[in-house]
Ligand binder design. Structure first.
Ligand code: OGA
Ligand code: MN
Length: 292
């Protein structure tokens, strides 16, 4: 059985077959997956059964170093998943009940509906995220991905030259701030803004990408309204339909994306009525993002 990659979209995203990600990955398959991630930036593994926590962790760890734990926003009843290496991307409480309308974890999670790149608010941002579907709602709740390399390539050359050396600041305070989410004083300290390049380069293939995220809220040296206008303009450009792949989840799917080459967002569903349980592991770059 050899590993295969079938494109799902004209410019990026592919479905990976011919490998059972529930069993230990061979070094050869891991290398092919990395090469495919550099090419496609989003890989879908359709397997019909969700990975167990040990399987999910083993698959992720075979591809690189996992992110260290970070401050989590928990529901009133505490954490639902035991393993701190899993991010709980669900609308459920530890008792497996739907989160109430006012629940802090629910309100924080609504921020996933803004276009973003995972952990861009950390000095060392995320490399890959691997999200596995344990429960999906009967309608809605897709996830959209946008190719930030294609977005960079499509910028008018003059605009590209104007912005290519800019630096930005990212923080959860900026993203959730646009939704009016209230953080505690401790959280405000934990989420102090970090600097990121606006344009990144993938050192393995030389491709540049726009490093955008709802967490971006400042451009260094620019007045705030002008900075926010630029970020909005670029985000609108980068999320045009031609750059977007929409994933419709099936039970057991694992979708892995490169946060250095894409943005993503959750699509609306009736979260007060239907459970949706997705679980995520995250790989780190091990170093700050590389400017183009
Ligand atoms: C994430 C995320 C989107 C979704 O897991 O990082 O943004 O559709 N998820 O749940
Ligand atoms: Mn995310």
């Amino acid at each position: 059985m050899s590993i295969t990659f079938k494109p799902l979209h004209p410019i990026f995203a592919a479905q990976c077959g011919g490998v059972d990600i529930g069993t230990p990955l061979s070094g050869d398959d891991a290398a092919k997956i990395h090469t495919a991630m550099d090419r496609y930036a989003v890989l879908v593994f359709r397997r019909g059964t969700p990975l167990t926590t040990p399987q999910h962790i083993a698959f992720t760890a075979a591809l690189g170093e996992m992110e260290p734990p970070f401050t989590k926003i928990v529901s009133g009843e505490g954490l639902r998943l035991d393993d701190p290496r899993l991010s709980d991307v669900s609308n459920l409480s530890p008792g497996e009940r739907l989160l109430g309308r006012e629940d802090r974890k629910r309100l924080h999670g609504l921020g996933n509906r803004l276009w973003h790149s995972d952990s861009s608010y950390k000095r060392v941002p995320a490399r890959y995220s691997a999200l596995c579907a344990h429960v999906i709602p009967p309608e809605g709740g897709d996830t959209e991905f946008a190719d930030m390399r294609a977005a960079w390539d499509a910028l008018p050359p003059g605009r590209a030259a104007q912005i290519r050396d800019l630096e930005t600041e990212h923080s959860r305070l900026f993203s959730k701030g646009t939704l009016g989410f209230q953080y505690s004083e401790q959280e405000v300290r934990d989420f102090a803004p970090v600097r990121q390049p606006l344009v990144r380069i993938n050192p393995r293939n030389g491709r540049r990408s726009l490093f955008l995220s709802s967490h971006a809220g400042r451009v260094l040296g620019w007045p705030v309204p002008e900075a926010l206008m630029l970020l909005r303009e670029l985000t609108e450009h980068a999320t045009q339909r031609c750059f977007v792949y929409r994933h419709q989840w099936q039970l057991g799917d694992l979708v892995m994306w490169d946060n250095g080459a894409t943005m993503h967002r959750a699509c609306v569903y009736d979260d007060l009525k239907y459970p949706r349980d997705l679980r995520r592991t995250t790989l780190t770059n091990g170093m700050p993002a590389m400017a183009a």
